[in-house]
Design a protein around this ligand. Sequence first.
Ligand code: CMC
Length: 429
Amino acid sequence: MADRKATLTVDGLDKSIELPVYSGALGPDVIDVRGLGGEGLFTYDPGFMATSSCQSAITYIDGGQGMLLHRGYPIGQLAQHSNFVELCYTLLFGDLPDDDQYAEFQARIRNHTMVHDQLNNFFKGFRRDAHPMSILCSVTGGLAAFYHDHMNIAREEDRVISAVRLIAKMPTIAAMAYKYNIGQPFNSPRNDLNYAENFLYMMFATPAEEYRVNPVYAKAMDRIFMLHADHEQNASTSTVRMAGSTGANPFACISAGIAALWGPAHGGANEAVLKMLDEIGDDSEENIQRFIDKAKDKNDPFKLMGFGHRVYRNFDPRARVMKETCDEVLDELGLADDPQLKIAKRLEQIALEDDYFIERKLYPNVDFYSGIVLKAMGIPTNMFTVIFAVSRTIGWISHWHEMLSDSYKISRPRQLYTGHDQRDYPQKK
Ligand code: CMC
């Protein structure tokens, strides 16, 4: 794999060090620095600005061109022609399924949508107003207590069973967290519905009256699941890989991923966008400009939520599809004049013409419009990141499975130590 070499010279070191350079299928070449430790040197890259932490064949992003490929397929084409369950299969196994493979995979997922009756008791330990991310994080970790039968992570079939269980049960647990919050009884999954329909059913049906899933909502929900399914080595996926590298069980690893996703710089951004739009409140030009100015002010911690991305230095391709979905859903619901949508569009327009945002290559990301769609569908703000976690579970578990299918080492970064030199503990008088 090493086509070329990089030569490193270090002041004060009387020899140069040769490092292999690898070329991937796409994207920048990488310098293999693993040999540096043996030379008494470490690399320093806080925040992983230029570090590949692993090899992966799952997802490719070209941030400069605004390109996102899952197993080679562009996200725009997948969003148009595929569906979430098919994408789950593709991410996990590497290729699109044929009809039989799809039917079998769908049946396997349906077979695991219910949760163990004992799991219901977990919810009662939470306050009714607990944030549903906190419930999701804990209950997902708790799943490990139920599946001792298939947790040999060295066995491929056990890993696939865990993946299927997680994909199948996450919507059930997410809907249960919502129902617990609002004091309604839990709904058992309905396997005659598709993945997105079943989630909406478990969220919104009550025993009091018949509930019919709105097909517009179901289509939008499936798209939202697809657009958040995977994004290569982002913070939460790297967390899942890191937890997995210790040999931890898959449910614990996914729970770690949920925790990492929760932050407003990552999956919490969709919730933060809606809070920001609420705070902006009125759509007058001067009010919107005031918030743009706040976002540009270095002395103000306020950021334009749903804007910017570590990797995309061009339009986030997921944001394009999300914006279209947003327009479709709000049009169909007769909400094209929704005041928050108006504010969002105007904010985007002003920011895209503003030198501050242009120079820093800050564009709307996937979460700029997702919250507006979710809100229009009646989903409360505190469930937005939960829905992101339901979608991203397939990405997390595919990366975990990929890592364990090959040789791997425990993740153990080093540091640039800046503390005290050794010193003596003072003698007591
Ligand atoms: N509003 C105003 N200024 C911004 C913003 C923003 N949303 N994002 C970045 N900047 C500025 C930042 O202050 C910095 O300016 P300067 O060079 O003058 O110091 C410059 O742009 C570069 O930003 P950075 O923070 O160094 O970039 P990063 O790659 O470390 O952070 C980010 C990326 C996504 C954390 C950041 O853009 C951000 O906090 N955005 C808002 C939160 C958000 O929408 N997150 C969701 C990401 S997409 C969903 C997901 O995949 O999780």
